[in-house]
Design a protein around this ligand. Structure first.
Ligand code: GTP
Ligand code: MG
Length: 242
């Protein structure tokens, strides 16, 4: 895939069809390759909606979303799905096997590559322990694995696709603090060159981000590092201290 995965929002607004109020207003920021951009904000602030504009689950109403300078609506679906892998807030597994779930978006991946992705996602142990390993069955919706296992399999799926842009929507929330920390350290090593945009509630996940965007009622009301925002942004302090 051409380019490196620089994501840019230029004055983006968005409203759901039929809704009166726009959900996102005047959103401008750039997420650079090799950096982690974190988005925080209270429930309903528009975090998931913002992420969903990047793989075009929805199209911006005004303004532009660009990847490496190209508006996303000018990229082919194929180019877009090669460039971006999203781990949704409600991670979803299909009926099949662990391997078939991991190969969604990475058809050509070898077993070895799948194990590598599982290793980074801190999922090796539980997949090894399952009867059949990579070929262990997954039921529709992934109801035969736990919420935390589902999250890690969806993270491994994103890793197996080797995109230049990773979107993590609250993807570490079902993990215990130690697993969360190990996973993020492994991610840092293995996808150091990628663009990472993550939504997180847990303070530890946010503090290490290169840039934090504070979203409130569809607007960016603060941006900076954890230290900068603690000093300057009331909304950020309230969220972090709650
Ligand atoms: P949390 O995940 O709860 O932290 O919230 P969020 O920041 O991800 O908010 P999200 O982007 O999901 O929602 C922003 C606003 O859009 C809220 O007012 C939602 O009620 C509304 N919204 C979200 N999805 C839809 C949708 O499919 N249709 C409509 N009409 N409104 C939606
Ligand atoms: Mg959300």
């Amino acid at each position: 895939a051409a380019g490196r995965g620089r994501v840019e929002f230029r004055d983006v607004s968005f409203g759901y069809p039929g809704a009166e109020e726009p959900v996102l207003k005047d959103i401008s920021f750039t997420a650079e390759p090799g950096r982690t951009t974190a988005i925080i904000g209270s429930t309903g602030a528009g975090k998931t909606t913002l992420l969903n504009l990047i793989p075009r689950l929805y199209d911006a109403g005004g303004g532009q979303v660009l990847i490496d300078g190209v508006p996303v609506d000018r990229l082919t679906r194929e180019a877009l799905s090669e460039a971006v892998a999203a781990v949704p807030q409600k991670p979803y597994l299909f009926s099949g096997t662990i391997a078939s779930n991991l190969r969604y978006g990475a058809q050509g991946a070898t077993d070895e590559e799948l194990w590598e992705a599982l290793e980074i996602a801190q999922a090796t142990d539980f997949v090894r322990d399952k009867d059949g390993g990579l070929d262990a069955p997954i039921s529709q919706g992934g109801t035969n694995v736990s919420g935390g296992q589902r999250q890690r399999l969806c993270i491994a799926r994103a890793l197996a696709a080797r995109p230049s842009v990773y979107l993590f929507d609250d993807s570490f929330s079902a993990l215990d603090v130690a697993t969360d920390a190990r996973l993020r350290a492994a991610l840092k090593r293995s996808i150091a060159d990628a663009t990472v945009i993550l939504v997180a509630q847990r303070v530890a996940t946010i503090t290490e981000a290169d840039e934090i965007l504070v979203l409130d009622d569809g607007r960016i009301v603060g941006r900076g590092t954890h230290e900068q925002l603690l000093e300057t942004n009331e909304t950020y302090r309230e969220i972090v201290e709650s």
